[in-house]
Design a protein around this ligand. Structure first.
Ligand code: HEC
Length: 122
């Protein structure tokens, strides 16, 4: 083997391996579609009036939980399609399926219900 190719392939293998080892490149589930159900002014406004003690950072956590944990078995449900009543029921049913802790369930609920309230017509 030509020595140049030997070095070149060694470098390529190193790059490939460091990519695999870099945890950053693996965490693709955190914020998959930030624009799909955004934490916009409407969503923030609902959260601020219903849960004044909840910081926007908690909505961001709820959104990450939604994207990462609720698209494993089916498509991510369209948030605005269901009533609040139906959402509360579904979150109760799905939290154990998604193995959410009670605090994760709480964060998810605030995010989903705020977005829903701001965007749904029913
Ligand atoms: C382990 C697989 C699994 C996970 C994880 C999961 N689901 Fe589901 N989901 C299902 C199955 C199966 C159904 C349909 C049967 C049922 O309702 O139990 C369903 C149905 C639903 C429905 C009802 C859809 C309709 O048209 O009525 C909603 C809403 C929903 N899931 C939301 C969620 C949310 C929110 C999460 C995250 C907390 C989640 N799911 C995580 C398996 C899962």
């Amino acid at each position: 083997m030509n020595i140049k190719y030997f070095f070149l392939s060694t470098i390529l293998i190193c790059l490939f391996e460091s990519c695999k080892l870099n945890p950053q490149s693996q965490s693709t589930t955190q914020t998959v579609h930030p624009a799909l159900y955004p934490i916009d002014a409407g969503t923030k406004g609902v959260a601020a009036s219903r849960w004044p003690e909840t910081p926007v950072a908690d909505l961001v956590k709820g959104q990450s939980i939604y994207y990462a944990n609720c698209s494993k078995c089916h498509e991510l449900p369209k948030i605005e399609q269901f009533s609040e009543r139906k959402w509360i029921h579904e979150i109760d049913e799905m939290a154990p399926k998604a193995e959410l802790s009670s605090s994760e369930k709480d964060l998810l609920s605030k995010y989903v219900l705020s977005f829903r309230d701001a965007h749904s017509t029913h």
